[in-house]
Ligand binder design. Structure first.
Ligand SMILES: *[C@@H]1O[C@H](CO)[C@@H](O)[C@H](O)[C@H]1NC(C)=O
Ligand SMILES: *[C@@H]1O[C@H](CO)[C@@H](O)[C@H](O)[C@H]1NC(C)=O
Ligand SMILES: *[C@@H]1O[C@H](CO)[C@@H](O)[C@H](O)[C@H]1NC(C)=O
Ligand SMILES: *[C@@H]1O[C@H](CO)[C@@H](O)[C@H](O)[C@H]1NC(C)=O
Ligand SMILES: *[C@@H]1O[C@H](CO)[C@@H](O)[C@H](O)[C@H]1NC(C)=O
Length: 478
């Protein structure tokens, strides 16, 4: 046994599944093939991608609503196609964002009382993505800043208070597979189906680092390792072994560490707890959850939580809401076929009282700056709180966006001369807008074609200052 393992404070951490009665049962969880964690959790609620016929929906389940869920619960159903991801606001437990196959991002208020009907109108709808939106992620330190990634190959940053798009991150050549903010939210890292890892300076839309990630075709995920310039990625090698890599976010030319885990086929869903420096890896379709300690640019394997129930997705409770008197260092909410099981990770201690060394000050639910401050270029680290005297969740504050309320889509069904005229003008306007959009795209295509031909001719003259290969000669029209 190595000296390190003996020295680790977390060597004896073990996972403990909640009793059957304390699980959430009888859920109709989304069957979408999109790679997502399916569930999110905050100190008051679970949010679950729902398997709803027709449009798209998600369910909000109060944490105390354990046991069997009613067969026809009321849902949040504003999307016209399946919901692919949700995220709770970091600074308001009663606000959740959703992303859907319909290309929309929506922001919702969660009432304190149980729903008495489906909720169909969100507090805010953010349109702009051209294709399905696969992930939403709130900013870690600025209030009301949301990132969304889409199959239109962009990540967009929104000021949800004003209801406006503030930035587009471009440069992905294929579907974006995952993203994460750095500690203070000045940078955002993505993994992409083009097998690249990119670090963006988000306010400049600049790729400040790019490197070759996992070379297998299946899903890759990334998490930022707390307040260090380090990343962890999971993915697959060319020969399909599951890997975890550690990277220097300021130099992605090669991973600092690369480790093969096994040959299973499920995407490894990573979660990093900056307070204990523990990385948890839960494979889709696996029953176990492995955990490691990150130190000196290496991952030291600690142990695994074992279960025969395969997980389809997973979420982790924000640290501020864990049970410190139980020495609970993490709590996972594991999505099984039609249930969600809480799993507590406990660091057993003989000593009584608050264990300061395993519970350092943790992220609070107070923002460190406003959206305006963030978009004007400021940075701020997260505000931290001590858990020694316990954490009390804030009371409900209604989210109100100053964006003009979207009109529900009008059905054109004119009955008299005046209405025909109005409908005609409306359609003409729409037609104009579409023409404009098409011509802007034409311009963009021409720009790209120009860049491409410049690149090709540069490469040709660099490669051979005389003869070209037959294929190149053909391309060049010689
Ligand atoms: C709520 O929405 C779900 C999913 O769209 C639907 O199946 C259900 O009938 C709706 N319930 C009511 C009361 O409208
Ligand atoms: C980046 O790391 C590689 C080794 O992985 C090293 O060869 C290279 O010099 C580093 N680049 C910079 C700019 O430090
Ligand atoms: C990391 O390296 C330093 C210096 O080499 C050593 O003192 C420390 O014990 C190491 N930490 C762990 C957790 O291995
Ligand atoms: C923490 O765990 C202890 C022991 O299991 C329990 O008595 C206590 O109620 C829990 N505290 C909270 C805030 O859940
Ligand atoms: C924010 O993080 C970046 C990248 O780690 C760092 O360069 C910068 O100094 C940080 N800013 C503040 C105010 O913490």
């Amino acid at each position: 046994m190595s000296r390190f393992i003996q020295a680790s404070k977390f060597r004896h951490v073990y996972g403990s599944t909640a009793k059957r009665d304390d699980c959430y049962d009888n859920l109709r969880i989304s069957m979408s093939a999109w790679d997502t964690n399916l569930v999110k959790v905050n100190p008051r609620f679970l949010s679950v991608n729902w398997n709803a016929g027709g449009g798209g929906a998600f369910a909000i389940i109060p944490l105390e609503a354990i046991g069997k869920m009613s067969p026809n619960p009321f849902l949040y159903c504003g999307h016209a196609a399946p919901v692919l991801d949700t995220d709770f606001a970091n600074f308001n437990d009663y606000v959740v964002a959703s992303a859907g196959e319909d290309g929309k991002v929506m922001v919702w208020n969660i009432p304190e009382e149980p729903l008495e009907d489906n909720v169909t109108t969100p507090a805010l709808t953010l349109s702009g993505h051209g294709r399905k939106v696969g992930q939403v992620l709130f900013h870690p330190t600025a209030d009301n800043v949301l990132a969304s990634s889409s199959a239109d190959l962009t990540v967009r940053l929104w000021d949800i208070e004003k209801g406006v798009e503030k930035q587009q991150l471009t440069g992905h050549m294929e579907i974006i597979q995952s993203m994460d903010w750095n500690w203070n939210g000045s940078l955002l890292v993505t993994t992409c189906k083009d097998k690249k890892i990119r670090v963006f300076d988000v306010r400049a839309n600049q790729v400040v680092q790019e490197g070759n990630g996992h070379q297998g075709i299946k899903g890759s995920r990334v998490v930022w390792l707390g307040n260090e310039d380090r990343l962890a990625t999971t993915g697959f090698s060319r020969t399909s072994d599951r890997q975890v890599c550690i990277w220097d976010a300021t130099n992605l030319s090669a991973p600092l560490k690369q480790e093969s885990i096994d040959f299973s086929s499920g995407v490894l869903m990573p979660y990093y707890d900056a307070d204990t420096r523990m990385l948890y890896l839960a494979g889709k379709g696996d029953g176990n959850i492995r955990y490691y300690e990150f130190a000196n640019d290496s991952l030291r394997y600690l142990a695994e939580y074992k279960s025969t129930d395969p997980q389809r997705g997973i979420a982790y409770m924000p640290k501020r809401s864990l049970n410190v008197s139980d020495c609970e260092v993490a709590r996972a909410y594991k999505v099984c076929r039609d249930s969600i099981e809480p799993v507590s990770f406990i660091a057993p201690r003989k000593a009584e009282g608050f264990q300061e060394d395993i519970f350092p000050p943790t992220r609070s639910d107070e923002p460190a700056m406003t959206a305006d401050e963030f978009f004007s270029g400021q940075n701020a680290d997260p505000k931290l709180i001590s858990l020694e005297s316990g954490f009390v969740a804030k009371t409900k504050k209604n989210f109100v966006s100053s964006a003009p309320q979207q009109e529900p889509e009008e059905v054109l069904n004119p009955t008299n001369e005046k209405e025909y005229q109005e409908a005609y003008h409306k359609l003409r306007q729409e037609n104009e807008n579409l023409k404009n959009q098409v011509s802007q795209r034409d311009i963009k295509i021409r720009q790209l074609e120009t860049q491409l031909s410049q690149y090709t001719s540069q490469r040709n003259s660099a490669q051979n200052s005389g003869t070209s290969t037959p294929l190149e000669a053909e391309i060049n029209g010689n």
